[in-house]
Design a protein around this ligand. Structure first.
Ligand code: GUN
Ligand code: FE
Length: 495
């Protein structure tokens, strides 16, 4: 309910949007709206079909509801490494920073990875996962597609924490069995060990949430270099053996060095995408992270298979991987969403990624690769993502990437109420002139008359809705996220 701007109602049974009434504009029309449905106002969060829970947004117009963000690519165990890159590119960074932190999520007593009990996860790892789920929710991420590690107990623990916090999530146990490319301390001893361990996590997740309402397993070969052909093919078969087929996620064409390595390791494949295609890993439920340097033929193959792209611009810039030509992908009919790719990406915020997507799109015209691809040496501006484009990718785009386009990412009737209440700062009407207050402003403990109370976004009162949204995308953060709901249930409050 956005008070005085209409009513939107959500079923307490299935968390879906039942309808709207935009005629409700004041208390009297609200009361008659309620009585026309035979509803009463519930105290607290009651689950009664004949009562409603009132959620108001502030009538001073500095609050609005927005669909929850969808993070289509994030590595939960890499959170402790946020901000640590050195000046290395992807392959060195994996060896130096990433594999060591992920390896620490294993239970020391389980060298063969046969334990499935989430309680056997090291306590520090549990604390990290708990923080990841709480933190991403606080940034408005209502749905995330997680890479965990190779460890079964810790992967199950991540699933249990998503479930208990109430975050919608896809949780993938990472598969990596190529001894030439994986460190000896962090590897599946065989493709088969990888399948069995993966199956244990699938069983655990499907037992915890049999209908897959909130959490679902996702088949996760790390990327082609980490995996034997046997493993890739077996994982393709494993995904297809479920009904409906399981989701799949992996990385593709992130950096030029990685692509050269794939050509060397898979000489029989026509391309990087072809490696996955031959293993039946390119399905309409496959999420391919990055795709920065996909060739035209690869993009065509990805589109024909109905596979989706997770665009991760913060990570691509931080690791120096390149500039993904998102407008080209969209124009060619690919489905694209956004991913934080923590900790290749330095922020758990999809709002930050939306802004990085807009920034990267503005630099594309200066890239020789892009000029060659399009034949344009100057920009006509069409490659730039607008605020609306970037926020679309963060919500409806992401919903299509996780294959839930009719359920999440928007507020259409029948969709699920996965939502965030955004509050922007409003500049106070100060009676004291800022000039007169100047001496105070130069001291510690000062009051800043020109600064709003909530985050970095200041409203001066004459902004249109479009302008408020633009200000939010360019300078908002988690301080603006007041409440978050998933499946109609309140799962985070800021204060
Ligand atoms: N490619 C293979 N593994 C990874 C990873 O953990 N992060 C990123 N960004 N790329 C990868
Ligand atoms: Fe990644």
């Amino acid at each position: 309910l956005a008070r005085y701007q209409g009513v939107l109602w959500v079923s307490s049974e299935d968390g879906r949007i039942k309808g709207y009434d935009w005629q409700v504009r004041d208390d009297a029309s609200f009361q008659s709206f309620l009585s026309s449905h035979g509803w009463t106002i519930a105290e607290g969060n009651e689950n009664s079909s004949s009562s409603v829970v009132v959620i108001e947004s502030n009538d001073e117009r500095n609050e609005f509801f927005f669909p929850g963000f969808i993070d289509t690519h994030i590595h939960a165990p890499q959170f402790p490494n946020i901000g640590l890159f050195g000046s290395s590119g992807l392959l060195d960074w994996l060896n130096e920073y990433t594999f060591p932190v992920e390896a620490s999520f294993g239970a020391k007593s389980d060298p063969k990875n046969q334990d499935t009990n989430p309680k056997d996860t090291p306590p520090e790892a549990l604390r990290v996962y708990d923080e990841v789920v709480a933190r991403t929710l606080a940034h408005g991420t209502t749905c995330a597609s997680y890479f965990a590690t190779i460890h079964v107990p810790a992967t199950n623990a991540l699933a249990a924490l998503c479930h208990s916090h109430g975050q919608r999530a896809f949780i993938g146990r990472v598969c990596m069995d190529n001894p030439d490319q994986c460190p000896s301390y962090y590897i599946d001893q065989s493709a088969e060990e990888g399948f069995n361990a993966t199956k244990s996590t699938i069983d655990y997740i499907q037992t915890l949430d049999p209908d897959g309402t909130l959490i679902n397993p996702i088949i996760t070969p790390r990327f082609a270099p980490s995996c034997s052909n046997e493993s890739l093919e077996g994982l393709g078969k494993l995904a297809a053996s479920y009904s409906p087929p399981l989701h799949i996620q992996t990385h593709i064409c992130e950096t030029l060095d990685e692509i050269a390595l794939v050509h060397q390791l898979f000489p029989e494949a026509a391309s990087y995408a072809d490696v996955y295609d031959k293993a039946h890993l390119l399905t309409n439920r496959t999420i391919l992270a990055h795709g920065v340097h996909l060739t035209k033929d690869e993009r065509t193959l990805v589109r024909e298979r109905g596979s989706k792209v997770a665009h991760c611009p913060s990570s691509n810039s931080a690791l120096g991987s390149g500039l993904a030509p998102v407008r080209v992908m969209l124009d060619e009919g690919l489905t694209v969403g956004l991913g934080t790719d923590v900790s290749g990406g330095y922020s758990p915020s999809i709002l930050e990624v939306a802004r990085q997507a807009a920034l990267v799109s503005r630099l594309l015209a200066y890239s020789a690769e892009y000029q060659e691809m399009t034949g344009n040496t100057t920009s006509d501006g069409s490659e730039k993502l607008t605020v609306d484009d970037a926020l679309y990718l963060a919500t409806r785009g992401g919903a299509a990437v996780v294959d839930m386009p009719d359920d999440i990412g928007g507020f259409d009737q029948g969709m699920i109420w996965d939502a965030q209440l955004i509050e922007l700062g409003a500049v106070q009407n100060n009676t004291v002139s800022p000039l007169d207050a100047a001496p105070v402003r130069s001291l510690a403990g000062r009051t800043l008359p020109m600064s709003g109370p909530v985050g970095n976004v200041d409203l001066f009162g004459n902004e249109t809705w479009q302008e408020q949204i633009q200000k939010w995308m360019w300078s908002g953060d988690d301080r603006n996220v007041k409440n978050v709901w998933v499946q109609g249930k309140l799962v985070h409050t800021r204060d």
